[in-house]
Design a protein. Structure first.
Length: 397
């Protein structure tokens, strides 16, 4: 559930590169298939049915959210919500509150800095917490262990497949010791002490600034920030222990296995476009919407002062979601940029184009039986999660 870097966030994502413990595994590609999808949009009709909503200004603790950092469903339709106030909640398939699984703290199973949540089919959970690592919870909600956390990926995109967590940056901001050659997908085993592996790496046009403490043994810090709307890596669950991967400027989705081998490429003949004056105006308005709040952010703003505001080429794809059963929702970027209701292409991982949605928001998470969770705010800017059932026609039924 992440969005493009529209302004400097309140807290920069920290990703310290521990090269001594992070191996890179990029196997030779398996036999690939390429699916050419049609150029012309075919409209999908129908409206989602609202089932329940969670989130209010004045209510029980489990329905008062500060900022929703992650949502997800298990295979039974239970909903899990990670709140910005470092709380993790579970709700039944009818929206009924079940339990608070974790809260703020620095002890075992407690959350310090919540960034994202990944939910496995069996109800296993992984909380991405740069301050603590990856917090792992079992299918019944019990805390199991803390794993790793010192990878090159911030985890603002996270997918849990079996006992492996796949994370990537998915953000325009990253701070690390040393320099990265690209945007990685990192596989972190959660059920063993095996090291993390980079299984895939996408080229990202980073614009870098750096500083150093100087002297023998000093630390060098590189701040890598591509211009807004540069091609950024996105991942989603594709089903059958596979990931859907989006990168680059053209409409292309790669289906990769858990080792990083590309099994299929989905393509529509849609290309990225040149940024224009209205795009830059919108980006400038978004960038001026908040002041840096911390010393780190002030330093970052100073380092990036002369860097490009927006990419020269706007990618064709904004984001992607998967239902874990072979259906992908691929949101296209709009002209001008950043419209809240982008065209959404619905495709299958085996290469079928089902149609395009207009006037619909991209769900924050997809679940079984056509469930979808949307993160919204009310007229008082109070965040809430709205769960809807999507029309069967959107899934080719």
């Amino acid at each position: 559930m992440a969005s493009r870097g529209r302004r400097l966030p309140n807290v920069l994502r920290l990703a310290v590169v521990a090269t001594a413990f992070l191996t890179i595994a990029r196997p030779a590609f398996a036999t690939q298939q390429t699916s050419a999808l049609p150029a012309r949009d075919g409209p999908l009709s129908g409206a989602p049915e609202t089932l329940y909503s969670i989130g209010t200004f004045d209510g029980e603790p489990w329905e008062e959210f500060s900022e929703i950092r992650g949502v997800g469903f298990d295979r039974h339709g239970s909903l899990f919500v990670l709140d910005g106030s470092a709380r993790l909640f579970e709700y039944g398939r009818d929206g009924r509150f079940v339990a608070q699984l974790a809260g703020e703290g620095e002890g075992p199973g407690e959350i310090t800095f919540p960034v994202n949540l990944a939910v496995g089919e069996d109800g296993s959970l992984a909380v991405v917490d740069p301050a603590a690592g990856f917090l792992v919870f079992g299918p019944t909600g019990e805390f199991a262990r803390t794993v790793g956390g010192t990878t090159r990926a911030s985890g603002t995109y996270a997918v849990l497949l079996g006992r492996d967590l796949f994370v990537t940056g998915g953000t325009s901001y990253g701070l690390g010791v040393g320099a990265s050659s690209g945007d990685p997908i990192v596989r972190q085993p959660l059920g063993s002490d095996a090291p993390a592996e980079v299984i895939y790496e996408a080229a990202v046009p980073n614009v870098s600034s750096s500083s150093s403490s100087g002297g023998p043994g000093g630390w060098g810090v590189a701040l890598q920030v591509p211009p807004r709307f540069s091609p950024a890596l996105r991942i989603a669950a594709a089903g059958n222990s596979a990931l859907a991967v989006v990168s680059g400027t053209d409409w292309q989705v790669e289906i990769i296995d858990t080792a990083g081998a590309v099994a299929r490429i989905l393509r529509r003949p849609l290309s990225g476009r040149r940024a224009h004056a209205r795009d830059r105006e919108i980006a400038a308005q978004a960038a001026s919407g908040g002041e840096p709040a911390s010393r780190l952010e002030r330093r970052a703003a100073a380092l990036l002062e002369d860097q490009p505001l927006i990419a020269d080429t706007i990618p064709a794809i904004r984001d992607v979601r998967g239902d874990g059963a072979g259906v992908l929702f691929v949101a296209r970027e709009t002209d001008p940029i950043d419209h809240p209701l982008p065209p959404i292409d619905v495709v299958t991982v085996d290469g079928r184009y089902l149609g395009t949605l207009e006037g619909q928001a991209l769900p924050a998470a997809l679940g079984p039986e056509r469930l979808a969770a949307y993160v919204e705010v009310d007229e008082l800017d109070i965040p809430r999660v709205v769960v809807r059932r999507l029309p069967a026609s959107w899934f080719g039924d």
